[in-house]
Design a protein around this ligand. Structure first.
Ligand code: NAD
Length: 482
């Protein structure tokens, strides 16, 4: 195998008990640049010994880390945030090389990760317990929030810095330690977070990074008595498997899973702004976002105008290597994704859908797929039931608010849902009526660090972000002092 010695890419290593190490069981595969199919590096494969060492390190470090004051923990997170900001260019470049997203998107993601560290550094200082009126004079009745213990965390390839940051920052702020398995396909950003934390003074063993065969690693970590909490972001299918493993040990679990987000576009929407917002929202990270808008439901009065303007704008987008300054959308993250998106489009067209933009690959090297608009996709087509996770927009028409809401809610998912309208009354009705964890009105921004983020139905349970994201790593201890 020819490994490209790209000077901007650092081969991944595991980080266990404060030391970098190769895979005890050799190599599990290759990191590949999805823009040109070049092999960037080998991926280390953890041995059972590596995993046991990481578990022991997290368990040993817990007794030390939980006893640090919240101020000390916050100081480490803040220093790490500053280091991430200093290193944004090199981290973002590696992210684009291995994941494909455009360089500005990668830079923004690293900056948001630094913000996440800062936000939870501040939130660590706001972990208040409570004292209640006691039943007996002179007694004390108190609730003391306490860290749950060592956490097993699993993150995917689509936001390789931000999704790890949204688990690491609150867990460490709460006083927990962690063994994380980032995505093998895009490991460099999570490893850069670990490096920044270590350089910021994080004690050895508080955060450990392992890489290997996902199913082997997760089964081994979750079964360990050392682990007290499981957190996963990824597909619903894998989430179900990890929830079962966690249930075996009665371990609390946070699951951020897939979505199939509807967008209701009402007759009274500002059409020009709506089309522009839909283009940016749909093509962000080539549609590989769990909150990506996928089902565009357009009210009859503006349907024709929306479809024409949206398809034209999708057709005009410049798709190319994320490193190129003029690229508006990069490739899909891997060949697997490319085939899945192509199969979904072909399946929909076979079932009667019409392609108004894209619908095919671009070029013969790299995982490029043209931004695609489909109309008339039958409800039983695979793409209507499975998360598209690509630059696909499925456009349909509705008449009344009630019909729009019924169509919007008609999937097993419930992560994000959107509406575009100038009517305050309609905005209230959709905010109440859409079944999703996050609702965007005239906006696709439903994930801010200060707010809870989480799904309903097959989209998972529990929250990240906000004070809820920190509480997810704590238990509430009740003390009655007579
Ligand atoms: P996948 O399910 O094979 O992998 C998704 C992630 O989960 C990867 O990082 C992988 O390493 C990890 N994973 C897989 N099996 C695991 C296991 N047994 N234990 C621990 N981790 C495991 O999926 P894929 O082919 O990469 O993508 C398929 C679908 O997953 C996508 O179409 C999309 O619907 C969904 N997905 C969702 C998100 C999200 O942010 N919610 C992210 C990535 C993928």
């Amino acid at each position: 195998m020819n490994i490209n010695t790209n000077e901007n890419y650092v081969p991944p290593m595991q980080f266990i008990a404060g030391r970098w190490r190769t895979g005890g069981d050799g190599v599990v595969g290759m990191v590949v640049n999805p823009a040109n199919d070049e092999v960037l590096a080998e991926i280390p494969r953890a041995s059972k010994q590596d995993l046991d060492d990481a578990l022991a390190a997290a368990q040993n470090a817990f007794s030390l880390w939980r006893m640090k004051s919240a101020h000390e923990r916050a100081a480490v997170l803040r220093r790490a945030a500053a280091l991430l900001r200093e290193r944004v260019s090199s981290i973002a470049m590696r992210m684009t090389l291995e994941q494909g997203k455009t360089l500005p998107e990668a830079r923004l993601e690293v900056e948001l990760s630094a913000e996440t560290f800062d936000w939870y550094a501040a939130e660590a200082l706001r972990v208040h317990g409570r004292v209640m009126p006691s039943r007996v004079r002179g007694a004390r009745q108190m609730v003391l929030p306490q860290p749950l213990g060592p956490v097993a965390a699993f993150t995917p390839w689509n936001f390789p810095a931000l999704l790890p940051a949204r688990k690491i920052a609150p867990a460490l702020a709460a006083g927990c330690t962690m063994v994380m398995k980032p995505s093998e396909e895009t490991p460099s950003s999570a490893l850069a977070l670990a490096e920044a934390l270590a350089d910021a003074g994080l004690p050895a063993g508080v955060l450990n990074m392992v890489l290997g065969v996902p199913a082997e690693v997760s089964a081994h970590l979750i079964a360990s008595p050392a682990i007290r909490k499981v957190t996963f972001t990824g597909s619903t299918e894998v989430g179900r498997t990890l929830a079962r493993l966690a249930a075996e040990g009665v371990k609390p679990c946070t699951l951020e899973l897939g979505g199939h987000a509807p967008v209701l576009i009402f007759d009274d929407a500002d059409l020009e702004r709506t089309v522009a917002t839909c283009i940016t929202g749909k093509t962000r990270n080539a549609g590989q976002v769990c909150t990506s808008p996928t089902r565009f439901l357009v009210q009859a009065g503006v349907y024709d105008r929306f479809v024409a303007a949206f398809s034209q704008a999708m057709n005009r987008l410049v798709i190319g290597d994320g490193m190129a300054a003029d690229s508006q959308m990069g490739p899909l993250a891997n060949r697997r994704r490319l085939k899945a998106v192509e199969d979904m489009v072909n399946g929909a067209v076979g079932a009667g859908a019409k392609v108004l933009a894209g619908g095919e690959r671009q070029g013969s090297s790299g995982s490029f797929f043209r931004p695609t608009v489909l109309v008339g996709t039958p409800p039983d087509a695979t793409v209507m039931r499975n998360e598209p996770f690509g630059p696909l927009a499925l456009v349909d028409c509705f008449d009344s608010l009630e019909e729009g809401l019924a169509l919007a809610n008609n999937t097993p998912y419930g992560l994000a849902a959107y509406a575009f309208t100038r009517s305050a009354e309609t905005a209230v009705a959709v905010s109440e009526g859409l079944e999703a964890g996050g609702i965007g009105i005239n906006s696709f921004a439903v994930s801010h660090i200060e707010a809870p983020f989480g799904g309903l139905k097959d989209s998972g349970y529990g929250h990240e972000g906000g004070s809820e994201g920190l509480e997810a790593f704590m238990h509430q201890k009740y003390v009655h002092h007579a």
